[in-house]
Design a protein around this ligand. Structure first.
Ligand code: NAP
Length: 257
């Protein structure tokens, strides 16, 4: 059962990566708070399924969006405002993972794709969301980084770089727009049982045991536990919180530092 917050009833919330995992859990959590939703994902069928789970097209709009494309992101934020008249909250969450290559083994194409989706995608979303929020006099944004945005593991150099970048970008935006009433924070999930992680475990079952040991709570997170943090950060209960990179990671970063 989610914590209930006042004030989401008349709010419009945009979520990227909403077809799966953490993004879908957050979309459903915002729907439970009574918000109207603008949902984006690469996967149209999955995004439309989230719309249905959230209560249908009366309360949620889906747009197939590649967050690394400025044209797509511009169309997304415009659609939010034309359909619902405003944009109050954004959860910029879409991302991709990639394990394997070390720095000297990584291809230029893989580096470019990782940075384009995980880092440029967050910047493009904020760029087009913030204009609307400035006109309205405020807003709240949460970006998805990772525990690997706060510390590092071997064999994920582009992912680590992209997620550290999200933390830096989040702090920069928080400082720039604080006086405009726009709060900007990040979540830094530890291993969370989304389809992305379940796929990675299937591909390489050997990662399971060491990964579990690295999380002091002794288990992996659930997408709804990330959603709880996101909704709180976007709620008025977090009115004095901005520029924060919140570890939601079962103690992973605390034990790594
Ligand atoms: P997920 O289940 O794979 O969900 C991510 C969603 O984003 C998928 O529906 C995916 O679509 C979509 N997506 C990928 N690239 C996109 C793009 N260019 N434009 C729009 N949508 C795109 O993964 P998740 O675990 O929920 O991850 C969500 C976020 O949390 C990511 O930023 C990830 O890096 C971060 N994170 C996750 C964990 C974890 O343990 N799960 C830990 C730390 C951080 P397709 O399926 O079609 O690609």
């Amino acid at each position: 059962m989610m914590t209930r917050y006042d004030g989401f009833g008349n709010k419009v919330v945009l979520v990227t990566g909403a077809g799966s995992g953490i993004g879908r859990a957050a979309a459903l959590a915002f729907a439970e708070q009574g918000a109207r939703l603008v949902l984006a994902d690469l996967d149209k069928a999955a995004g439309e399924e989230t719309v249905n789970l959230a209560g249908g097209t009366d309360v949620a709009l889906f747009l197939r969006t590649d967050v690394s494309s400025e044209a797509d992101v511009h169309a997304l934020t415009d659609a939010a405002v034309s359909r619902f008249g405003r944009l109050d909250v954004a959860f910029n969450n879409a991302g991709i993972a990639q394990a394997g290559p070390r720095v000297h083994e990584l291809s230029e194409a893989d580096w470019d794709r990782m940075i384009a989706v995980n880092l440029k995608g967050v910047w493009l979303c904020m760029k087009h969301e913030i204009g609307h929020m400035l006109e309205q006099g405020g807003g709240a944004i949460v970006n998805t980084s990772s525990s690997l945005g706060l510390t590092a593991l071997a064999n994920q150099p582009a992912y680590c770089a992209s997620k550290h970048g999200v933390v830096g970008l989040t702090k920069a935006a928080a400082v720039e727009y604080a006086t405009a009433g726009i709060r900007v924070n990040a979540i830094c999930p530890g291993m969370t049982l989304s389809p992305m992680v379940l796929r990675a475990m299937q591909d390489d079952p050997d990662v399971l045991e060491p990964a579990l040991r690295a999380h002091p709570l002794g288990r992996f997170g659930e997408p709804h536990e990330q959603a709880e943090a996101v909704v709180w950060l976007c709620s008025d209960a977090a009115s004095y919180v901005t520029g924060h990179a919140m570890a939601v990671d079962g103690g992973f970063v605390a034990s790594a530092m």
